[in-house]
Design a protein around this ligand. Structure first.
Ligand SMILES: [Fe+2]
Length: 198
């Protein structure tokens, strides 16, 4: 897929250069073909940015991952149907992005469960290693507490919304059902960390 985005990180002297680049790349990929997904991504990124006191030195990386976590839904990037893997592969192979950023996208929101359902778990883990829980839980929390339109949403409501959208018995609904304990735990832990710092 060819998109009109900066090929290199700009020399801005900013602390959030990776997030800046990620925002522009995500906009170029999602805004026109998938406007609702773009709205969701903006909300996820805003949440990631608001958690900077929790994420500390990883704030730029995590905001960048938030911007890019759903690019694998874009029509030109879909290959396997597992959007986490398709997006991460694009970042790795076409954008030569930071390895940890690719891994975060590949494993966001318990993607390993959907990979198992699709018979892609071995491929996902052999190509892109899982990331430390302290990082992945933040992205999971931001994604699973942001509505499809980019608004804040309680995690229970977000899970119900996914089930409604895909329908009973759908592979994505089944995956989310299996991942629910891990998603709830991630959200609880991140919110706990945030309240301790506040
Ligand atoms: Fe998402």
């Amino acid at each position: 897929m060819s998109v009109n985005v900066p090929g290199r990180l700009p020399r801005l002297g900013r602390m959030n250069m990776l997030a800046w680049w990620a925002e522009h790349l995500a906009r170029a990929i999602l805004q026109e073909p998938l406007p609702r997904r773009w709205a969701h991504v903006q909300g996820v990124a805003a949440q990631a940015r608001s958690l900077a006191p929790v994420t500390g030195a990883d704030a730029d990386l995590l905001e960048a991952a938030a911007w890019l976590h759903d690019i694998g839904y874009a029509p030109g990037l879909t290959v396997t149907g597992l959007h986490a893997l398709d997006g991460a592969r694009y970042l790795r192979d076409a954008q030569h992005a930071d390895a940890l950023l690719c891994q975060l996208v590949a494993h966001h929101s318990c993607a390993i469960i959907e990979a198992e359902e699709r018979g892609l778990a071995d491929i996902l883990c052999s190509e892109l290693e899982p990331v430390p829980y302290a990082l992945s839980s933040v992205l999971t929390c931001c994604d699973m507490t942001t509505s499809p339109d980019g608004e804040l949403m309680p995690v229970e409501q977000r899970l119900a919304e996914i089930h409604d959208r895909y329908g009973l018995g759908h592979l994505v609904s089944r995956s989310i059902q299996r991942a629910t304990p891990m998603i709830l735990s991630a959200v609880e832990q991140v919110h706990h960390r945030a309240t301790q710092i506040a």
